[in-house]
Design a protein around this ligand. Structure first.
Ligand SMILES: [Zn+2]
Length: 163
């Protein structure tokens, strides 16, 4: 037995943001295993350079996004490949963003409209100055060569207008 035993002390302190009640800062980090479940084919498609949407097996409503069931009638959907090209339905310029995108501001987000699809697809538009973006501008999907299996694996660039 050692009645003089004691835990080692460190010289680290704690950042105190408030005293009553006490508010302190703790670093927090975690690895999170996340399942894409039924949306997995969409992300696998991005890695293969394909955009996959969904079509209702009952009413035929088409979604430019992964969707397991139809929001119109509730039936299951099937995967369907979207065209590589669409056009800008609407857009916005982001001067702020999440931590991952902050260093890329300002950037342009667009909702892409595709021939034969009833809903839109949200993505980035690159290669165009914010003031050059117009509604109806033709755009083409491009894919990261090294897929990250994230929605940002796809982005859009302008298509040169044919005169
Ligand atoms: Zn339906």
């Amino acid at each position: 037995m050692n009645k003089d035993a004691k835990l080692p002390e460190t010289e680290e302190g704690t950042i105190l943001f408030n005293v009553d009640p006490i508010i302190v800062k703790h670093h927090y980090e975690i690895d999170y295993l996340h399942s894409y479940a039924q949306d997995s084919p969409f992300f696998a498609g991005l890695a293969k350079g394909k955009l996959l949407g969904s079509r209702c097996t009952a009413c035929g409503y088409t979604y430019a996004t992964p969707r397991g069931h139809c929001m119109e009638c509730g039936e299951t959907t099937e995967w369907v490949e979207l065209p590589r090209e669409g056009w800008v339905h609407t857009y916005t310029t982001c001067h702020f963003g999440g931590e991952a995108f902050l260093k890329e501001t300002p950037f342009t987000l667009i909702l892409v409209e595709f021939d034969g699809f009833d809903t839109l697809f949200l993505s980035r538009l690159v290669g165009v100055q914010a003031e050059e973006v117009t509604v109806g501008m033709p755009v083409r999907a491009k894919f990261l060569r090294n897929a990250k299996f994230k929605p940002t694996d796809v982005y859009f660039v302008p298509v040169a207008r044919q005169l």
